[in-house]
Design a protein around this ligand. Structure first.
Ligand code: CTP
Length: 404
């Protein structure tokens, strides 16, 4: 599949640099033409001779020699640049356009898409600066891969482990293939809603939107045409999706109604307010008595309404966030809202639910299959959810073919 594909492998100075050697071998075996560019600190971990021997090409490692203009020619030569491992330092430079070494200079000159596989310690990975840099890079349209969870070279346990070379290879092959969701339209709701009480106050919840945004980004990477309908969050929408910002549950409902019939896949990850004030005060409510009550009325259950109008060829996925009798409650929602499957997360699981970068889910489908997944980054959970969607779509096509 990668025959004659031109790939720049950018390696930065991490203990995980040895995995880049294995990745290089896999790329070469698959028929790709690979040129390696390194940052100066890589030599502490792996010698450039290893990379030049395996790639059959000279390694581009410095800006201050006769090949100084190579960064421009490399940048225009490649079909894809893969930075693996991408350290926190290199990603910070990439996010802010600094170019004081060969790798960052090639990155700035690159006209091809760029795939970034981060690797660092857990504490660095969750630092707000690193999160911001990752957001900037994916907001610019670069493909930012998730990291694995587990034991790190430092002895810490957590996110930040570079994906295995085989997993990065899978993403590279996916990039060059049409993508399993190519030609499919996918709508996803995400984030909280805000229900106005008066001009300055509202009812809302703790949803960060991270799960829904991760699904939107992953689906777009898999080739889908994605519409992301989102309540207010602090997140930057992925670059390659149609973004529809909304505030209230009513606005979210109307936005879904506009596009639902055109969709192949609909995933409702938003934490929609179940109730909204019966009346919105036109002026700020002044404090008077010691107690006060606000009358609330039910909002439209968006997922249920979409489920009632769903065609057999559409895949509909809901979420359930439960605090007790999790599986029983999720099953009721799965059947009651006419879903193909439901993604259950419990607030009782450590690291799962609102605001975390990780989630621990159970997927329950209409055939009674129940799959419990371990705690993972929300990006990897998004992949599990979309894998399930893809297998359902394949089944729908087969059923259609046999009925013809
Ligand atoms: N949902 C929706 N519209 C609503 C309420 C919920 O689309 N007005 C969707 C959510 O996006 C989620 C699923 O329904 O996919 C389940 O949401 P949840 O709040 O767990 O369940 P509810 O049906 O609201 O039931 P309850 O609050 O009683 O648990």
């Amino acid at each position: 599949m990668l025959k004659n594909k031109k790939i720049i492998l950018g390696v930065s100075g991490s203990i995980a640099a040895y995995k880049a050697v294995f990745l290089l071998r896999l790329l070469k075996k698959a028929g790709a033409e690979v040129k390696v560019v390194t940052t100066p600190s890589v030599s502490h971990f792996v010698g450039n001779l290893t990379f030049s021997s395996l790639s059959g090409q000279e390694v581009f490692e410095g800006l201050w020699n006769e090949n100084w203009s190579e960064h421009v020619s490399l940048g225009t030569w490649a079909d894809l640049m893969v930075v693996a491992p991408a350290t926190a330092n290199t990603m910070a430079k990439m996010a802010h356009g600094l170019c004081d070494n060969a790798l960052t200079a090639v990155f700035l000159a690159a006209r091809c898409p760029v795939m970034i596989a981060p690797a660092m310690d857990a504490d660095m990975m969750i630092h707000p600066r690193t999160r911001k840099n990752l957001e900037i890079l994916s907001g610019d349209g670069h493909i930012v891969l998730p990291t694995g969870e587990g034991f790190l070279a430092s002895g810490l346990h957590g996110p930040g482990r570079l994906l295995e070379p085989e997993e990065i290879m899978e993403r590279i092959e996916l990039f060059f293939s049409a993508g399993p969701l190519k030609g499919k339209k996918l709508m996803i709701t995400a984030g909280p809603t805000r229900e106005a009480i008066d001009p300055v106050r509202y009812i809302s919840n703790h949803s960060s939107g991270k799960m829904g945004y991760a699904i939107a980004e992953e689906a777009a990477n898999l080739g889908a045409e994605v519409t992301l309908i989102s309540g207010p969050t602090n997140l930057t929408p992925p670059a390659n999706v149609h973004f529809v910002p909304v505030i209230s549950s009513e606005e979210m409902f109307l936005a879904t109604q506009k596009v639902a019939s055109e969709q192949d896949i609909m995933i409702m990850a938003a934490a929609v307010s179940d109730y909204t004030p019966a009346e919105v005060a036109t002026q700020k409510i002044k404090k008077k008595s010691d107690n006060m009550a606000i009358e609330l009325k039910k909002t439209t259950d968006i997922l249920k309404s979409v489920g009632q109008n769903k065609r057999p060829d559409q895949v509909l996925v809901g979420f359930a966030l439960e605090t007790e009798h999790e599986k029983d409650n999720a099953k009721k929602k799965l059947l009651g809202k006419n879903l193909d499957f439901i993604v259950l997360n419990s607030l009782r699981d450590k690291g799962a639910g609102f605001s975390h970068d990780t989630n621990k889910v159970t997927i329950m489908d209409r055939e009674g299959r129940v799959q419990d997944f371990p705690l993972k980054s929300k990006q990897l959970v998004a992949k599990d959810i979309l894998d399930k969607v893809i297998s359902l779509l394949e089944k729908t096509i087969k059923t259609h073919e046999t009925s013809l």
